[in-house]
Design a protein around this ligand. Structure first.
Ligand code: MIG
Length: 755
């Protein structure tokens, strides 16, 4: 398809390769990021994920050379990468020492097996799903070599295990209420970014294509992996770096980082689909207080609306939403409301009428407004790819800000539809040109979240709190996310760990799962174990489905309530640490919840570790994810670790069998840790200016702590404090204020943990 490499031209940092059949451009963005662009669909990138110019002045050299058999090739060298370019657009990447990182696959593709058409038809009769394990060719495609030990991470919210090697996935945002199984190819999110960890090196690839895409990580054949799409450009970024954190940092440099959230968003959130009247909501809030469960937010699912019409509030079931919301505020509870994209077709309904008049809804190819159905019945789809539609939607959010709502939860934005899928040719806008559902589908949620974030920011001037179900690469700039409709089953508790870890590696740092499980009925034990994982998710929310058993923490007896409270309180005590991690994330893109492999990539024992995770670098959590288990095996990586509860010392690089009765989630603290904590509160901000408590563990280490008003953007103009704590061991801690711009703590208490 490309033919021989004839010549090349260089314009600044862009190299155009002239092949016999096709031009290809290489763009050196930084010493570690190189874009490969084959304009199969448009001449420009038109990225939704990358905003602004990411090119940094980068010196590099190009030399012509020849392969052994006399074929022309060229070699491009930056300070970190070497890139060799051959005929047929074969491009290989090496690190600066000449160690091969990633080579295009030259061999013939050999699927693991092939079945005859007749046999496929035959076994389908019983309902078997015939999975050919790849072997397909897509109009846009890239095939790269795999080495024996390569592990692959990332790709957003996909089901299954942490390491995606040997699995196959698709990016097509899908609303799937059925139990999410390991073999599912897609879920709600499309994040075409993955990290390949090799025995000797690491790299990332961000494949910026919004069409339906396919990833086969060696399932088809152990010697290669492939990614491709139904349409669009072959447009990918090769991302180098010295370590996995470098790759994440570079990827989030490109696609953006999760901005610092308001502090209260790190508190506990109570939700349930089915809370449907003022009385029910007031009771939930009262019960939380009565049971002494700290809480910062209650979520209002679709039942607050008048017949599921977005931007309305039912007046019969809620006498006065404004008073309810302000009463909650007084108790320290914020209101978060759901907003779906589908707008009810109804004469006289302002959102419908206005949007129709302005031409803001997606259209069928014949020019009529496209109608499908969601909760409100017949509904139309706002065309969020049009900047005017985003502004319009954003302005209307004043309906919510005027009532005192504090955050918006965007659901159903894959977009979901009840009357069959939206046809691929439904017309949407891509910024300044018409586009199709086929191209826009995977960024529909992204654009909705962007509209929500930007509108909310204008209206409130506070850091917007947005939650989205569907997203694309780069959505982390606008929104947090939850993992959608999980179920109250143990496999989904287990899945919560790799899923959140991979989302974090894929740039989505502020995520969480529905605690207790959304669909199906939970059990007391599952509830207790879920909160022990959930309290470490940035988005710490209990939620469940209408039609399933209620799962408020007080419904399972005192023992479970006490356990639940213990972990909510643990979370509240750790909010300064979580807030620091959010600050770090805004700087570096490193997530809050991290797989161990992120910091211990050389350690083979953690490359496939699915049931432990790190919170930042200091805490290691090894929750129980098996029904009935009261002990579990824990692997601790190199160094010395301390049991958070008992302070028992452990030597790392070893497996241990540890006790984990129902009220205990094994947590380990790295030696030398300085853990910033807050005094107990029923909600963030209950104490006006709480002291800071530092728990100092044996060993040496340093830690930077960040502090600001937790609300607005003043910190961007310097209104924050930063402290450097240095643990010199032997109960000797020094505190230096390295940036002064905000109120001092009334006190910084130092608690030496003597183990
Ligand atoms: O079709 O708004 O994932 O969290 O409670 C169900 C009702 C629609 C799906 C979301 C879930 C939410 C529910 N929604």
């Amino acid at each position: 398809m490309f033919g021989k490499l004839l010549s090349y031209e260089q314009t600044n940092q862009i190299i155009t390769l002239h092949y016999e059949e096709q031009d290809v451009t290489l763009h050196v963005l930084t010493p570690e990021i190189i874009n490969i662009f084959v304009p199969l669909y448009t001449t420009e990138h038109r990225s939704k994920a990358i905003e602004g110019d990411k090119e940094q002045p980068t010196p590099f050299r190009i030399v012509d050379s020849c392969t052994e058999d006399g074929k022309k090739n060229i070699m491009l060298t930056t300070s970190s990468l070497i890139c060799k370019i051959y005929d047929d657009c074969m491009i290989d990447f090496y690190d600066k020492t000449g160690n091969l990182l990633c080579a295009d696959y030259r061999g013939r593709r050999i699927p693991r097996f092939e079945l005859q058409e007749s046999f496929i038809e035959f076994i389908k009769q019983e309902g078997h799903d015939v999975d050919m394990a790849g072997g397909q060719n897509y109009p846009v495609q890239c095939v790269k070599q795999l080495d024996e030990g390569d592990c692959i991470y990332g790709l957003g919210d996909k089901t299954g295990v942490l390491n995606k090697r040997f699995y196959e996935y698709e990016n097509w945002n899908s609303d799937i209420p059925d139990p999410h199984e390991d073999c599912f190819k897609s879920l709600y999110k499309s994040i075409p970014f993955f990290i390949t960890l090799k025995e000797n090196g690491v790299y990332g690839i961000f494949y910026d294509n919004t069409f339906k895409s396919y990833f086969n990580f060696g399932k088809e054949n152990n010697d290669y992996y492939s990614f491709g799409s139904d349409n669009g450009n072959l447009d990918y970024y090769f991302i180098g770096g010295n370590s996995m954190p470098d790759i994440v940092e570079n990827y989030t440099y490109l696609t953006g980082r999760t901005p610092l959230p308001q502090k209260w968003t790190l508190g506990y959130h109570q939700s349930r689909w089915g809370y449907d009247s003022e009385e029910v909501f007031r009771n939930v809030a009262a019960k939380l207080k009565e049971c002494r469960i700290p809480c910062d937010a209650i979520h209002f699912d679709i039942d607050y609306m008048e017949r599921y019409k977005v931007f309305t509030w039912d007046k019969e079931r809620f006498s006065d939403a404004k008073t309810l919301i302000s009463d909650f505020q007084k108790q320290g509870i914020k209101t978060v409301t759901i907003i779906d994209p589908g707008v009810k077709v109804e004469k006289g309904y302002n959102m419908y009428e206005e949007g129709m008049e302005k031409g803001y809804y997606a259209k069928s190819p014949d020019g009529s407004v496209y109608v499908n159905a969601v909760w409100p019945g017949d509904a139309v789809y706002p065309d969020f790819g049009n900047p005017k539609v985003r502004d319009w939607w954003g302005e209307h959010l004043d309906f919510y800000t005027n009532l005192g709502v504090s955050g918006i939860w965007n659901d159903m934005n894959e977009p979901a539809s009840f009357n069959g899928p939206l046809p691929n040719d439904v017309i949407f806008t891509d910024e300044d040109r018409p586009s199709t559902h086929a191209e826009i589908h995977n960024v529909y949620g992204h654009n909705m979240a962007k509209a929500t974030y930007e509108g909310w920011k204008k209206l409130t001037n506070k850091r917007p709190f947005v939650i989205t179900r569907a997203c694309y690469s780069g959505s982390q700039k606008y929104s947090t996310a939850w993992t959608g409709d999980n179920q109250s089953i143990w496999t989904h508790l287990r899945m919560a760990i790799p899923q959140q870890c991979n989302l974090g590696l894929s740039g989505m740092a502020f995520v969480g799962t529905d605690i207790g499980g959304f669909g199906a009925d939970t059990t007391p034990e599952l509830m207790a174990r879920w909160v022990q994982i959930g309290c470490f998710s940035p988005l710490f929310r209990s939620h469940c489905a209408k039609g399933n058993m209620n799962q408020e923490p007080w419904l399972f007896g005192d023992k479970i309530l006490d356990i639940y409270r213990k972990y909510v309180e643990l979370r509240y005590s750790l909010i300064p640490y979580f807030y620091d991690l959010c600050h770090e994330c805004e700087q570096t893109g490193l997530p809050v919840i991290r797989p161990l492999v992120l910091h211990y990539e050389k350690d083979e024992n953690v490359r496939n570790l699915n049931d432990e995770f790190l919170v930042g670098e200091q805490l290691l959590v090894a929750p129980v994810v098996e029904q009935g288990a009261v002990k579990r095996m824990v692997y601790l990586p190199e160094g010395i670790w301390y049991d958070y509860w008992t302070h028992k010392e452990y030597q790392g690089s070893q497996y241990y069998l540890v006790d984990a009765p129902l009220d205990t989630c094994p947590i380990f603290v790295k030696a030398g840790t300085i853990l910033p904590k807050a005094p107990a509160q029923m909600y963030v901000g209950e104490l006006e200016n709480p002291e800071l408590i530092l728990e100092v563990y044996p060993g040496c280490g340093s830690y930077t702590h960040y502090h600001d008003n937790g609300e607005d953007f003043a910190y961007q103009n310097g209104a924050y404090n930063e402290y450097l704590f240095e643990n010199k061991g032997d109960n000797n801690l020094s505190i230096t204020k390295v940036h002064a711009g905000y109120d001092d703590y009334p006190d910084i208490k130092v608690n030496y943990i003597n183990c």
